[in-house]
Design a protein around this ligand. Structure first.
Ligand code: HAM
Length: 446
C-alpha cells in the first residue's frame, strides 16, 4: 500500500497493491545481496583464471562515441542496427556499450600500449546494454566477462583461449558444453564467400523468412545464424565458408584444430558459425550448453580473432583475438550450492541504554577481524533477535540487556552447543576472541 503524506510526498507502506510507481527498467535487473555469493564466486574464478594466463584488468567507460561501435561492430549487424542505446550530448552521439571489445581496442590504441607492450592480454568485467527482446538469459543490461589478446597472430593464442575457457567452465561446474569453432578467413575470402552465398540464396529467396529476405543483399552472412526454421533449412545445404578460405587461412585454422585435438577439448567444426559482429577474421568460436535451466539463450561464450579491427580504427596493423561470456547465463548454468552460513557473533540489545555498550563490544570484535552483527532495532524482542541470529548461522550471541549492564556482565550464548554463561564485560571480548581463534569454532556446523 502506498500513501501521500501531508506534505504531498509519496511514501510506501508496502507495495502489494501494485501502486509503487518505480520499477527497474524492463530487461534490466537488480542483483540483491542474497544472490551475490554466486556472482562473487563466478567473478573470482574468472579473475583467478585470467591472472593464471597473464591477463591484466582494464576498465573502460560504459559510454563511448556511437561511431566507435558503428565502425567496429558493423552497420548492418543486429546490434548496431537495432539494439544500441544511443543518445546525443554536446553535439556528439554517444552509446551505452553493447559489448567490450570496441572500447578495449580504443583504449589500447589511445594509450599507445602496443609500443610498450607488443603482446598484451587484457580482461574486463562489467555491464553491457542491448535493446533486445528480454527473456530468460537475455536482458537489456547484462554482465559480460571478457578477455582480449593483442599482438599475437598465431593459432596458439586462439587454441589456448578456448582451452582456458573450457577449464574455467569446468571449474565452475558447468556441464553439457558444446564448443563450436569455425574460420571465416580474411576479409577478401569473406567477400568471395559472400558472392558464393548470394548466388546460392538468391534463387531460394522465396523459401527464406521475411527478415532474412530483407537483409539478403546487404549482409547475406547474417542468414547463416538466423534461428528461423525456414532459413535453417535453406542454409543447411549452402556452400561452406571453409571452401572459400585461402591457403594461409586454412593453414591457420588447421593448426588451431590440431592444438585443440592435442589438448583433449571436444569441439565441433561448425562451417555456418559466422557470429553476429562484423569485426571477426579467421577463427570464431562459441561455447553453449544444453544443461537444463539455461533455456533457449544457451550461448555462454562467444569470441574469435579480429586481425583487422585495430587498423580499421586508425591504429597500426595489430592482430587480436578475444572472447566474452554472459555472466547471467553462466549463473543459470552453474550448479546450486548450499548457501554458506557463517557469522561469528551476533549482538543482541534490549533497549536504548544498552546500545552504546553493545556497539563498543561489537567494534572490538570487528577490529580483531571477525564479522559481527549488531541488532539495535527499536522494540525487537530477545526472542526475535535470537531467531535472526539463528537464521544467519551465528556461532555466538552476546546478550547485552539493562539488567546485565547494571551488573557489568553480558550473556554469551553458544548457539551451536546450546549453552550460556555470563562473563564480566571486560572479559567478554578476550574470551570470545580466544574461542573464535580456535579453527573449528569459526564456523557453525549446519
Ligand atoms: P557476443 O557473442 O555478442 O560477443 O556476446 C558474448 C556473450 O555475451 C554471449 O555468448 C552471451 O553469453 C552474452 N550475451 C550477449 N547478449 C546478451 C544479452 N542480451 N543478455 C544476456 N547475455 C548476453 C561479444 O560481445 C564479443 N565482444 C566477444 C568478443 C570479444 N569477441 C572478441 N573479443
Amino acid at each position: 500500500m502506498a500513501s501521500i503524506s501531508a506534505d504531498g510526498r509519496w511514501f510506501a507502506l508496502g507495495f502489494d497493491d501494485g501502486t509503487m510507481p518505480f520499477r527497474a527498467v524492463k530487461g534490466m535487473n537488480d542483483i540483491l545481496p542474497e544472490q551475490m555469493a554466486r556472482w562473487q564466486r563466478l567473478e573470482s574464478a574468472f579473475r583467478e583464471t585470467m591472472a593464471l594466463y597473464g591477463y591484466g584488468e582494464v576498465r573502460t567507460p560504459v559510454v563511448e562515441e556511437t561511431q566507435l561501435f558503428v565502425r567496429s561492430i558493423g552497420e548492418s549487424t543486429e546490434v548496431v542496427d537495432k539494439e544500441m542505446y544511443s543518445f546525443a550530448r554536446h553535439d556528439t552521439s554517444l552509446t551505452l556499450r553493447p559489448e567490450g571489445t570496441a572500447g578495449a581496442a580504443r583504449a589500447f590504441l589511445e594509450h599507445g600500449v602496443y609500443s610498450r607492450a607488443p603482446l598484451t592480454r587484457w580482461y574486463y568485467l562489467g555491464p553491457m546494454f542491448r535493446a533486445e527482446r528480454p527473456q530468460r538469459g537475455r536482458y537489456r543490461q547484462f554482465w559480460q566477462a571478457g578477455g582480449e589478446v593483442y599482438g599475437d597472430q598465431g593459432p596458439v593464442a586462439d587454441a589456448e583461449m578456448i582451452v582456458m575457457l573450457c577449464d574455467l567452465l569446468q571449474k565452475l561446474g558447468v556441464t553439457d558444453l558444446h564448443i563450436a569453432v569455425n574460420s571465416i578467413g580474411s576479409p577478401q575470402a569473406r567477400e568471395r564467400y559472400r558472392q558464393l552465398l548470394l548466388d546460392y540464396l538468391r534463387p531460394r529467396a522465396e523459401h527464406l523468412s521475411e527478415h532474412a529476405r530483407a537483409r539478403l543483399e546487404d549482409n547475406p552472412l547474417r542468414v547463416l545464424d538466423s534461428k528461423d526454421e525456414r532459413d535453417r533449412t535453406v542454409v543447411s545445404t549452402s556452400p561452406s565458408i571453409l571452401d572459400a578460405l585461402d591457403a594461409e587461412d586454412q593453414e591457420h585454422f588447421s593448426e588451431v584444430t590440431r592444438m585443440l585435438d592435442g589438448s583433449g577439448v571436444g569441439y565441433r567444426i561448425e562451417p555456418r558459425l559466422v557470429r553476429g559482429l562484423d569485426y571477426y577474421t579467421r577463427t570464431v568460436f562459441e561455447i553453449s550448453t544444453s544443461s537444463a535451466g539455461v533455456g533457449a539463450q544457451n550461448a555462454l561464450v562467444g569470441g574469435g580473432r579480429y586481425d583487422t579491427l585495430l587498423a580499421g580504427l586508425g591504429g597500426p596493423q595489430i592482430a587480436a583475438v578475444g572472447f566474452a561470456m554472459g555472466l547471467e547465463r553462466l549463473l543459470l548454468a552453474m550448479p546450486e550450492e548450499a548457501p554458506k552460513k557463517s557469522l561469528p557473533c551476533y549482538f543482541v540489545t534490549l533497549g536504548a541504554e544498552t546500545w552504546s555498550k553493545a556497539l563498543e563490544l561489537a567494534q572490538s570484535v570487528r577490529r580483531a577481524g571477525y564479522r559481527a552483527e549488531l541488532d539495535a532495532r527499536q522494540g525487537a524482542s530477545l526472542k526475535s533477535q535470537l531467531r535472526r541470529a539463528d537464521a544467519l548461522g551465528a556461532r555466538y550471541a552476546v546478550v547485552v540487556g539493562p539488567d546485565e549492564l547494571q551488573r557489568q556482565v553480558a550473556a554469551l550464548k553458544d548457539l551451536a552447543q546450546h549453552t550460556q554463561r555470563e562473563l564480566p564485560l571486560d572479559q567478554l571480548v578476550p574470551t570470545l576472541l580466544g574461542e573464535l581463534s580456535h579453527p573449528q569454532q569459526q564456523e557453525r556446523p549446519h
